[in-house]
Design a binder for this molecule. Sequence first.
Ligand code: C5P
Ligand code: C5P
Ligand code: C5P
Ligand code: ZN
Length: 477
Amino acid sequence: MSDPVPAMAERAADCADCLLAADSVVLASHIDADGLTSGAIAATALERAGVPFETTFEKQLDAEAIDRIAATEHDVALFTDFGSGQLDDIVPHEDAGDFTPVVADHHQPATVEDGEDPDTDLHLNPLLFGIDGAAELSGAGATYVLARAMETDGVDNRDLAALAVVGAVGDMQDTDGGLIGANEGVVAEGVEAGVLEEVTDISLYGRQTRPLPKLLEYASELRIPGISGDENGSIRFLSDLDVDLQVDGDWRRWVDLSFEERQTVASALMRHAISRGVPPERVNSVTTTTYTLTAEAVGTELRDVSEFSTVLNATARYERADVGLAVCLGYRGDALEEARRLLRTHRRNLSEGLEWVKNEGVEHEEHLQWFDAGTRIRETIVGIIAGMALGADGVRRDQPIVAFAEENAEELKVSARGSGFLVRDGLDLSVVMSEASAAVGGGGGGHDVAAGATIPRDARDAFLERADEIVGEQLGD
Ligand code: C5P
Ligand code: C5P
Ligand code: C5P
Ligand code: ZN
């Protein structure tokens, strides 16, 4: 047996031994694309190994959620895509004999102000092995490493690499032209297992399902003048090319084009971008490494990993993790129908939310920009919208963005997003969110490039002031 991520193999084997020896396991995971795929990978591996288990999804792994998990009658608790940031609440339950915890996560482990940081032996996190948890391995990737170590009776679980890649892309780990580092080992195994295809293709979101003009019009990431955000401009651009755009009155999609037609569109797009003065690095990012799930039908949301991950967010972030999990586990029929219905709502919410932010504009502190959506944007998707807003007109790209939305009558949800560029300059939003929230009696964490928090409702301005200071210190200006 080879190891997808050799540095983590030994710890993974220890975690696998514990799970395989368990009487039964309670599996807890996070409600987003990476969390759902993590849960599906773990569930499949446990099922295949014949270990009884029960699955639960949580929006936030807070002390109450961990208490609920501890109250179940299972001897082992497996936390996937969260847990590292909550060891201070998990370890006391281990000490009390409530459960043996196994954690497969990629978030920053919590640090305590005084005394020793809490830890547990069965903690599988890329960050503990010198691997970047924000860019090189996701929760689903860590869980995949664990699943590979759970190989029993010759079932090696390599087919689960497909879900691991959906999770990594769902956490936007492919933003630098494709997956890098440890993720590449996962991709290689998926390709070998025949479940995944890796191809250089156009980098636009919606290759499988969007009509061609929409594919171009919605390509906000590339910001190509005369095309991005411009429906007529997109149609005009396409009409000038030697490519049939419609079949029987229906727009063709990217997947409907032949290899030659795709090349025609991609080169014309690059020429157009250059002629409109788009900088070279953005012109180059017209193409990227893409990942396709070979078992899924061409032209469906599940064939392309980024569209698949959006389907999952559309379920889990609307309290329907059960639907997303079913889709991950291979159920189609009703589960997929329901997922598609949820996807339509999610898309509408994303586009209305982004419009709202663009219309309202953002406020500026010295080192960061922010908006408070109140009840206009659901708190479970305000982070996705904050990330999308970073590419929008009127929003600076050289400052992180902090977004607020109402969580409940007492609390505000905070989501923060930065860029690879700012992280290379010293930005660590996980520290910003955990310290600024702690300063006002809340809690938070995450990754350097994307993090979040929950704070008391009346603490917004004090929180902003502290966050602004910390960002200033990190970026040294
Ligand atoms: O909890 P979790 O780790 O799954 O969430 C990670 C979040 O970070 C996702 O919402 C993802 O979109 C965001 N992210 C980002 N930019 C990156 C990497 C991650 O906005 N470069
Ligand atoms: O929903 P999810 O986090 O998977 O979205 C990832 C990215 O895909 C978004 O940041 C956005 O740029 C793009 N997207 C889009 N149109 C949608 C959904 C997502 O352009 N309807
Ligand atoms: O919710 P949002 O998408 O903004 O979360 C961004 C990242 O911050 C995720 O990785 C999430 O798990 C993390 N987060 C956290 N604690 C919170 C809120 C978010 O660790 N209270
Ligand atoms: Zn994750």
